[in-house]
Design a protein around this ligand. Structure first.
Ligand code: LLP
Length: 383
């Protein structure tokens, strides 16, 4: 489990700085992914002793080569829209459709029907679909996404469980849903919970497992318990890597599991460290006490700092090793005051044309990008 781990302190991109510089000089802002880093992360997860199956939450990064590498590593897929399922089928022709778990929320009836038609396993996260569209689910296997009434996450906007989240079925409704399921031969074969994203405490998943196992009283046909994703990655130098061994051990201590399979479905953990965003400096501005370092792309490529105050390390790739003698606010070219990629960053004195690297950008980077201001987000390259 412990093997060599690429952390923010010894990242892959340091070894490949020359290549990244050449790519960005030629092509401007770019997301660059290192597939070996994805494979290493997948290897660590598939080696867990007490987890039977790893799915990848492909909303984090849907680059075809990354999806293929994960499939080859024995990982299945968690999809949240019909388009994501269709994308998987297009990218990996012949994939066993049951390797896909479809976990939509607030979708219309036709999307659930399409999910079944495409052969996915389907998760329902509200009583409404089962009560209003019973015919869609009758005679089928389903997973139920349960709100275990506690949530976690690196920001309030990524807590996906608990009273203030729109996700999951309230525990109080489970008894009546169990009765409805019995009446209409809706077979609840899986229970699912995902409490949030960017979690660093290792005992969250074992706690979920305990609580979901207890619900088998209501749903005796349950064969799978899916503990969701949420495993954090280090964002700053010196921050510890996620303690996978502790998570695994905690899951292993939960009693009464019988022959129920335990699944997890992380997104970030598998891809965050594999990706960087590189972009040239366009201008430098001094204004009052601020020094702005402007890049050729901003929140149109990477919205996480603006949306969640997320921290991404920023490095001047052209001046590795130079003293960090200046303090910059690193910004993009978008017409929004929030288009800030990093505040108060200590960097070497930087100038037009220098290539800046934004680390840990492999998850929720390009997939959350937009064409705001009609500026194309950074393209993607795999090396
Ligand atoms: N499963 C479900 C049902 C989810 O909703 C999510 C994420 C995941 C798995 C994967 O979570 P992960 O392992 O990546 O934390 N855009 C935010 C994260 C939002 C995640 C939403 N759901 C960010 O950039 O931090």
């Amino acid at each position: 489990l412990t093997g060599p781990v690429d952390t923010i302190d010894a990242p892959w991109w340091q070894r490949r700085a020359e290549e990244l510089l050449a790519l960005s000089r030629e092509r401007g802002p770019l997301y660059v992914y290192d597939v070996a880093t994805v494979e290493a992360a997948a290897g660590r997860l598939t080696a867990l002793n007490h987890v039977d199956r790893v799915l990848y939450a492909m909303k984090a990064n849907n680059h075809p080569e990354i999806l293929r590498a994960l499939h080859a590593a024995g990982v299945g897929f968690d999809c949240v829209s019909v388009a994501e399922i269709e994308h998987i089928h297009a990218v990996i022709p012949g994939i066993d459709p049951a390797e896909v778990l479809f976990t939509p929320n607030f979708s219309g009836q036709s999307e659930y029907e399409k999910g079944f038609e495409l052969g996915a396993r389907v998760t329902v996260d509200n009583a409404w679909p089962l009560r209003q569209w019973t015919e869609t689910f009758a005679g089928r296997d389903v997973f139920l996404r349960v709100d275990l009434a506690f949530g976690h996450g690196h920001h309030s906007k990524v807590v996906t469980s608990g009273a203030r989240s729109k996700f999951g079925i309230e525990m109080a409704q489970l008894e009546s849903l169990a009765a409805l399921a019995r009446e209409h031969d809706i077979r609840v074969v899986g229970l699912h919970a995902h409490t949030g994203s960017g979690v660093h405490t290792a005992d969250v998943w074992s706690e979920q497992l305990k609580r979901l196992l207890a619900l088998r009283e209501l749903f005796p046909a349950v064969k799978v318990i899916d503990l969701g994703g949420g495993l954090g990655v280090p964002e700053r130098p010196g921050q510890p890597v996620f303690d996978l061994a502790a998570m695994d051990a905690a899951i292993g201590t939960v009693e009464g599991r019988g022959d129920v399979q335990v699944w997890i479905e992380p997104g970030r953990y598998l891809v965050a460290e594999s990706g960087v965003l590189v972009a040239p400096v366009t201008q430098v501005k001094e204004k009052g006490s601020h020094r702005y370092l402007g890049l050729a792309t901003g929140m149109n490529s990477l919205i996480r700092p603006a949306l969640y105050d997320a921290h991404h390390e920023i490095i001047n790739l052209d001046r590795l090793g130079d003293p960090a003698s200046c303090r910059y606010t690193v910004v993009g070219p978008i017409c929004e005051s929030g288009d800030i990629l990093g505040e108060a960053r200590h960097l070497p004195e930087s100038t037009e044309g220098d290539i800046m690297l934004i680390a840990n950008a492999g998850a929720y980077g390009r997939t959350m990008s937009s064409r705001y201001n009609l500026r194309e987000p950074a393209a993607e390259v795999v090396i």
